[in-house]
Design a protein around this ligand. Structure first.
Ligand SMILES: C[S@@+](CC[C@H](N)C(=O)[O-])C[C@H]1O[C@@H](n2cnc3c(N)ncnc32)[C@H](O)[C@@H]1O
Ligand code: SF4
Length: 417
């Protein structure tokens, strides 16, 4: 598996040099010159821990959560003060964990960010279904949140119990969503669970839009090596049939595709923290992507608080990109939106896409993975499946390995991928 990703990496970056993450970091982050900069805040607390979940989180305790948020606000000022005046940024996303467990402090975090940044494209926050009550939604709305994403996973009891989660109270959810309105209401599902059928997924999608969602994200189940999940992954052929039929179903209902896994029913609905050119991440495990570097904060909450409270950034690892590595990173995440515009590439890198990847684009067209029209490469159904297939390799070869190490060591020396 890692053989395929290594070969692809060498070919596309034109070097045998691996992606090398080192235990060194910039205390001053060069974000001032970044255009299309987004923000991300990580809140690593959950009421109970799901055994399939790879994210950085611990069981909620009020004392630890409050102490963590004090440090988080310090980190925001540490970084924000590096830039004079207020920097214009696109969107802010809160992820976790379960950010709404700190609902009373979300406004304070947004205020701290507003001292340094002008957020122009809204504020998103992930919710557990238990958080979807009128009271919580009203507090979030008043704090400035404009988009929410609810982790449903499935409305069917059978799959909720496979995942070890509770039945979603849809009546309570509908009432809350009817009472407090957001620009984007997204719902997350997991597909390719054992025995899951097209009909199961179709009814999940219908129910989501009925309950008030205007955006859905349907993620394939990923079996991370360090999680304790007993769930077996679905064979490739069945998975492809499911992905293709869900896509066709969403299209037939008039929903548009905004990324490999997401569909929306209203043009203003969008929810994506990944498809941004550059972003600053705050909190433990948060990543920061700038023009020439990508950095990851420590996964360990106590180490995070200690570092920040001593006035130093909590960066655990940094990779300084070569030009080709940065291009591949950009292309990978831009392609996630299923479209790559040649002008955007040239604006970012100052060289034409065709000059850098002429042969690869020709092959992708020949194999029927993409079509080209008016300077935009758009992924076909086949291309979307193979992108997913490669992303799965990437997740298991790179993210799984890195997160597996970072869960155990607060500041590893070096990781090569
Ligand atoms: C941080 S959670 C969402 C908010 C909230 N904590 C919850 O669980 O409802 C992010 C999403 O990642 C997805 N996810 C988690 N583990 C996954 C896995 N092993 N494979 C695929 N998707 C996964 C789930 O759809 C989940 O809703
Ligand atoms: S899926 Fe959500 S609730 Fe479950 S452990 Fe992960 S972040 Fe927490």
């Amino acid at each position: 598996m890692s053989f395929i990703t290594s070969l692809t990496r060498m070919w596309l970056t034109r070097t045998v040099q691996p992606f090398t993450f080192k235990n060194e970091y910039d205390q001053i982050l060069p974000f001032a010159e970044c255009e299309n900069l987004g923000l991300y805040v990580h809140i690593p607390f959950c009421k109970s821990i799901c055994n399939f979940c790879p994210y950085c989180k611990v069981r909620y305790s009020k004392e630890l959560c409050d102490r963590y948020i004090d440090s988080l606000i310090r980190e925001i000022h540490l970084v924000g003060n590096q830039h004079p005046g207020k920097k214009r940024v696109t969107s802010l996303y809160f992820g976790g964990g379960t950010p709404a467990l700190a609902v009373d402090r979300i406004g304070e975090i947004i205020e701290a960010l507003n001292e340094h940044f002008i957020i122009t494209e809204g504020i998103g926050l992930e919710l557990h279904p238990d958080n979807v009550t009128e009271e919580v939604l009203a507090v979030l709305r008043a704090a400035g949140v404009t988009k929410i994403s609810i982790g449903i996973q499935s409305f069917r009891n059978k799959y909720q119990s496979i995942l070890g989660r509770k039945t979603v109270d849809t009546n309570k959810m509908k009432k809350a969503l009817d009472a407090v309105k957001f620009e984007t209401v997204s719902m997350d599902f997991i597909f390719a669970l054992p025995e899951q059928t097209y009909d199961d997924l179709k009814s999940d999608i219908d129910e989501a839009f009925f309950l008030g969602a205007n955006h859905v994200a349907i993620y394939p189940f990923i079996d991370f090596t360090f999680t304790a999940s007993p769930i077996k992954t679905m064979p490739k052929k069945e998975k492809r049939e499911l992905l293709d039929s869900i896509t066709r179903y969403c299209m037939s209902k008039g929903y548009s595709r905004s990324s490999i896994w997401t569909f929306f029913s209203e043009p203003e609905a969008n929810y994506s923290s990944m498809t941004r050119d550059n972003f600053l991440g705050f909190g433990c495990s948060a990543t920061t992507l700038l023009r020439d570097q990508f950095k990851i904060n420590t996964f360990d909450i106590e180490s995070y608080c200690d570092r920040i409270n001593s006035g130093t950034l909590a960066t655990s690892l940094t990779i300084r990109f070569t030009k080709r590595q940065r291009m591949i990173y950009w292309l990978f995440w831009t392609a996630y939106s299923t479209k790559v515009n040649v002008k955007d590439f040239e604006r970012f890198f100052g060289v034409p896409l065709k000059q850098m990847y002429c042969f690869e684009l020709w092959i992708a067209k020949l194999l029927g993975f993409v079509t080209e029209e008016n300077g935009t490469y758009a992924m076909t159904l086949k291309g979307a499946f193979y992108y997913h297939y490669y992303e799965n390799f990437y997740t298991l070869s790179y993210i799984d390995k890195m997160w597996g190490i970072m869960r155990k060591e607060a500041f590893p020396d070096r990781i090569e991928l």
